[in-house]
Design a protein around this ligand. Structure first.
Ligand SMILES: [Zn+2]
Length: 283
C-alpha cells in the first residue's frame, strides 16, 4: 500500500468546462488607437467612432448609406451585376471561390452599393464601397456600377456622392479593372459638362486605382480623419525615391496640408457638411 493515497474523489465539475465559460467574446472591442475597451453596442451607436479618442473605425457600405441618407432609406440600383471572371484567374484560391465567399458573407454581389435617396430632403445618387468584399477592390462590376450611377446622375439631374473605401484595382481582373478607371472618369466628365456637383468622400483606406481615378476627381474631395489615402504604398515610394518618408505621410491630415484634399470632416459632421456643400453648389 502506498504511503499516501487520495481516497476521496476529486470535486466534480457541476457543468462541463465549455458551458461554464461566460460568453463575452465579440461583445467588446479594443480601440486600436487609444487601447480603450469599448462595448461593441456603444461603438455601433456612435457610428463606429471611438468615444474617447475619436478614432474612426471602418463603417460598412450599408451603414454608410444609413448615415448619409434620410431615415436610412434608399433604393439600390444594379444590385444584380456580378463578375463573370473574365480571366479565369486563380491564385491561392480560384477567383470564383473568393467571389462566392464574399457574396455569402456580405449578401452583396460586388464591392459597391449604388443607391438613390434623400440627403436633407435633396434627391441624390450615393455610392458606397465595401472594404469587406475583396478589399473593396474595383473590378469590372464596381466600375460599371459606378459609371452607371454617374450616368443616372446626369440623366436625372441629381448630384453625386461616392464614398470610397478600397485597396485599388482588382488584381484578379487585370487589365479589365484598369479599364474602369477611364470609363468612370469619362462618365464624370459628362457629369461635369452637365454642371452637376460630385462630392468624393475618401475613407480609410482609399488607395491604388480608386485614388487614381474617381476618388480624386470630385468637385470637393473630402476625407475622414486619419484615413489612409495614397496611390502606391509607402515602402514602394521609399525604395523608388530613396528617401525616408515624413511622419503621417498618406494620412488625410497630411494630404490636406499639402493641398490634395479640400477638407477633413469627422463622421458625425459628414452629412451636414455634404448638405451645406450641395446647397452652395446648387444655389
Ligand atoms: Zn480610441
Amino acid at each position: 500500500m502506498a504511503w499516501f493515497k487520495r481516497e476521496k474523489k476529486p470535486i466534480e465539475n457541476p457543468t462541463p468546462v465549455d458551458e461554464r465559460r461566460v460568453r463575452t467574446e465579440g461583445l467588446w472591442i479594443k480601440c486600436s488607437s487609444c487601447r480603450l475597451t469599448i462595448w461593441k453596442k456603444d461603438l455601433e451607436a456612435n457610428w463606429e467612432v471611438c468615444p474617447k479618442c475619436e478614432h474612426h473605425f471602418r463603417l460598412d457600405a450599408r451603414r454608410r448609406l444609413d448615415l448619409l441618407l434620410d431615415d436610412g432609406r434608399w433604393i439600390e440600383h444594379d444590385a444584380d451585376l456580378a463578375s463573370s471572371n473574365p480571366l479565369r484567374f486563380t491564385d491561392t484560391k480560384p477567383y470564383e471561390k473568393r467571389l462566392e465567399d464574399a457574396r455569402n458573407r456580405l449578401g452583396m454581389k460586388d464591392a459597391i452599393i449604388t443607391a438613390e435617396g434623400l440627403l436633407n430632403g435633396r434627391s441624390v445618387i450615393c455610392c458606397s464601397m465595401e472594404f469587406g468584399f475583396i478589399g473593396g477592390s474595383m473590378g469590372a462590376v464596381v466600375g460599371e456600377k459606378a459609371a452607371r450611377a454617374v450616368e443616372r446622375s446626369v440623366a436625372q439631374g441629381q448630384p453625386l456622392i461616392i464614398v470610397s473605401c478600397s485597396g485599388g484595382a482588382r488584381m484578379m481582373e487585370g487589365v479589365v479593372s484598369l479599364m474602369q478607371l477611364a470609363k468612370v472618369a469619362a462618365a464624370l466628365g459628362r457629369l461635369d459638362a452637365a454642371r452637376l456637383p460630385y462630392i468624393s468622400v475618401l475613407t480609410d483606406p482609399t488607395t491604388g486605382g480608386v485614388t487614381a481615378s474617381y476618388a480624386m476627381l470630385g468637385d470637393l474631395n473630402i476625407a475622414e480623419p486619419g484615413a489612409l489615402i495614397g496611390f502606391a504604398g509607402p515602402r514602394v515610394i521609399e525604395q523608388t525615391i530613396r528617401q525616408k518618408l515624413p511622419d503621417g505621410f498618406q494620412r488625410a491630415e497630411f494630404l490636406l496640408d499639402h493641398g490634395f484634399l479640400d477638407a477633413v470632416v469627422p463622421r458625425r459632421d459628414l452629412k451636414p457638411y455634404i448638405a451645406r456643400s450641395l446647397d452652395f453648389f446648387l444655389q
